[in-house]
Design a protein around this ligand. Structure first.
Ligand code: NCD
Length: 308
């Protein structure tokens, strides 16, 4: 097993499959009356969040607690980070406290990689800037596998603000490792020219959602990340929704079996309408539930279930 999980590229097919299989076992715990395993008793997991988060943060906390680890939640707000403490000094503090794993979300791309050089424990990237979010890609893969029975051979459209999306980057890497085909769809201003070939040769690009939809098994909608935009990448929200938003009529162009995913948080009415988000094809709530099982598997394998 790997020591850190920093990028989708850290996972070969065997390791990713081991995580997904372990997550399936972890999912059975969620159905029990007592949702707890003793696997990480006496180990300490620190959640180090420098950026806002709802799902990912709660999910990692629930995962660590269900494995009986001691959990320390650190948020940059209200800590000495607000006094200007550097990431390195914070890392040394965590090190002194004996953290076995540090789960980090940071606005700077590459911050988790730096952290991995400064602490002895395992580092899990919970989203770094516009770079990567590998556990999101794992939970997305888990959701596809549980809904559609496989990942190899699937055609997945990843739609919207690819430029700012760490979810898209990690998904392209992991899905191609697992044998799925990815088509990135969005306005040309939001699809970096270098991304498809640099990340995974075989990744396609399309600027026309309507022509792509009838041929996919999965459509993954991305949030338009206005907080990361200091330029105008499209004329207006209305125009964006008209060309790239997934609404009821567009959803009906999908094959019967196809599913609709979104990592959350959603801009309802922008990239996805409520009719689609709340439809039976939508896996949005399932993705959140699967996130806990997948993060349990990641923490378990990095900390306990390996033989390092
Ligand atoms: C994503 C993120 O933070 O990268 N959300 C998540 O982790 N569920 C996507 C987003 O913010 O749009």
């Amino acid at each position: 097993m790997i020591r850190h999980l920093l990028s989708g590229a850290d996972l070969d097919a065997a390791t990713a499959t081991q995580i997904l299989d372990t997550a399936a076992e972890m999912a059975t715990v969620a159905g029990r009356e007592v949702k707890k395993l003793p696997a990480l008793r006496g180990r300490t997991v620190v959640n180090l969040f420098y950026e806002d988060s709802t799902r990912t943060r709660i999910s990692f906390e629930a995962a660590a607690k269900r494995l009986s680890a001691d959990v320390i939640n650190f948020s940059a707000k209200g800590s000495s980070v607000a006094k200007g403490e550097s990431l390195k000094d914070t890392a040394l503090t965590l090190q002194a406290m004996g953290a076995d794993a540090v789960v980090v979300r940071h606005p700077a791309s590459g911050a988790p990689h730096r952290l991995a050089n400064w602490v002895d424990g395992s580092v899990v990237n919970a989203g770094d800037g516009t770079h990567e979010h590998p556990t999101q890609a794992l939970l997305d893969a888990y959701t596809m596998r549980s809904r559609l029975g496989r990942i190899a051979g699937l055609h997945v459209a990843v739609v919207g603000d690819v430029l700012h999306s760490r979810v898209a980057r990690s998904n392209v890497l992991l899905l191609s490792t697992l044998g799925a085909k990815v088509t990135l769809v969005g306005p040309p201003t939001l699809i970096p020219v270098d991304i498809p070939q640099a990340l995974a040769p075989g990744t396609d690009v399309s600027y026309d959602l309507d022509t792509v939809l009838p041929g996919v098994d999965v459509v993954m909608m991305l949030r338009v990340q206005r907080e990361r935009m200091n330029d105008s990448y499209f004329p207006s929200a209305r125009e964006y929704a008209r060309r790239y938003g997934l609404d009821g009529p567009r959803m009906r162009r999908l094959p019967e079996h196809a599913i609709v995913m979104h990592p959350g948080p959603m801009n309802r009415g922008m990239e996805i309408t409520p009719e689609v988000a709340d439809s039976p094809r939508s896996t949005i709530v399932e993705q959140v539930a699967n996130g806990v099982s997948v993060r349990m598997a990641v923490l378990y394998l990095l900390l306990g279930g390996n033989n390092r």
